[in-house]
Design a binder for this molecule. Structure first.
Ligand SMILES: Nc1ncnc2c1ncn2[C@@H]1O[C@H](COP(=O)(O)OP(=O)(O)OP(=O)(O)O)[C@@H](O)[C@H]1O
Length: 328
């Protein structure tokens, strides 16, 4: 469906919560657009405002100020219309009926969300096929792996052909192959023109899927960049990790590249690792690396390209894969 509006348009959004003394500002001056078929990853440390934003987009919470439109429809004045265009899929183990088949679960949840029988019938099988569960439509959900259950949640979210999908921690609790499978299903939706807002503490989800990355800090958007540009926010291009056994030699700690560079040396009882951010691969740096690698005890050298995790840590001063502290 082509529209003249962006799928999501947020202008000047503010949301406060009344506190005991002062109102708590959860979102402030938030401007955000998501185009048709675009996947935007929203990053932020705990308490940055991600959940508040998702709740407002899904009409569960009202904005204090500002406007939010989905395909041109206002989340406050046209909440019903917005709900028909928007779907939220949460990660983790959540209420599917194990004794029912995948298709029956789909029917059940779709009817609960108020879709007509005809609409449910029309879109149920295509939704299962979209997430690779077409052949498991008649199979009881109690036999499903966690990944299959999560893909079923995604299929439920696709019923009714939403234009905006809100994905919150979609790969939570999945092992790496299952998480990858789910990501593949999500990636396919982009080509169908579905717009996706994705939040995840699994930064790999965002690194693999997002066209654009938005960083929320203290309720404000501090960065809104295409993924490659976001990755360039780190000054380095890679991290070089040299590890070895035995004691750390002074020839290493006193080497100019170690003393002057932003290196991190971690030493355990009989092993050590030196991590060196690489801004540019220069002949001088390669020569220094050769010297360090030649020192006694060196066992392994690895080069890790800069990833989203590094940039996230740099910009927020925190680790990205911290566990959730809330109880949703
Ligand atoms: N119902 C509420 N009452 C009061 N304050 C709230 C409420 N909900 C959220 N907040 C506050 O608003 C801010 C943003 O919270 P929000 O849950 O949106 O962050 P988040 O980025 O989703 O964090 P997390 O990653 O932990 O889920 C936090 O300071 C939080 O304490």
């Amino acid at each position: 469906m082509m529209t003249s509006h962006p799928t999501l348009e947020v202008v000047g959004l503010r949301r406060t919560f009344s506190g005991s003394a002062m109102p708590k500002v959860a979102l402030e001056h938030v401007d955000l657009q998501i185009a048709e078929g675009e996947i935007v990853g929203v990053l932020g440390v705990n308490g940055a405002g991600k959940t508040t934003l998702i709740k407002i987009l899904s009409t569960l919470l009202l904005p204090t100020a500002g406007t939010v439109r989905v395909c041109g429809h206002d989340v406050v004045r046209e909440a019903k219309r917005v709900r028909a265009l928007t779907s939220m899929v949460l990660g983790g183990e959540r209420g599917l009926y194990g004794r029912l088949t995948a298709l029956d679960n789909l029917h059940f949840f779709a009817m609960l969300s108020g879709l007509s029988r005809a609409e449910v019938k029309r879109s149920a099988l295509p939704a299962l096929e979209a997430v690779g569960l077409g052949e498991a439509a008649g199979v009881r959900v109690e036999t499903f792996s966690r990944g299959m259950r999560q893909r079923l949640h995604l299929a439920i979210g696709l019923i009714g052909s939403p234009r905006l999908l809100l994905l919150d921690e979609p790969t939570a609790g999945l092992d790496p192959p299952e998480a990858e499978r789910l990501r593949q299903s999500v990636a396919k939706l982009r080509s169908e023109g579905v717009s996706i807002l994705l939040t995840s503490h699994q930064l790999l989800d965002i690194e693999r899927l997002a066209d654009r990355v938005v960083l929320l800090q203290g309720g404000r958007i501090t960065h809104d960049l295409a993924l490659p540009e976001f990755l360039r926010q780190a000054s380095s291009v890679a991290t070089l990790a040299i590890s070895g056994t035995g004691t750390v030699l002074s020839a290493m700690t006193e080497h100019p590249v170690v003393r002057e560079g932003q290196t991190r040396l971690t030493a355990a009882e009989n092993s050590w690792t030196l991590e060196l951010p690489v801004e540019r691969w220069t002949p001088e740096l390669l020569h220094s690396v050769e010297q360090l690698v030649g020192l006694a005890g060196t066992a392994d050298v690895q080069v890790r390209p800069v990833g989203l995790e590094d940039v996230f840590q740099l910009l927020t001063g925190s680790a990205g894969s911290e566990p959730r502290t809330d109880s949703r």
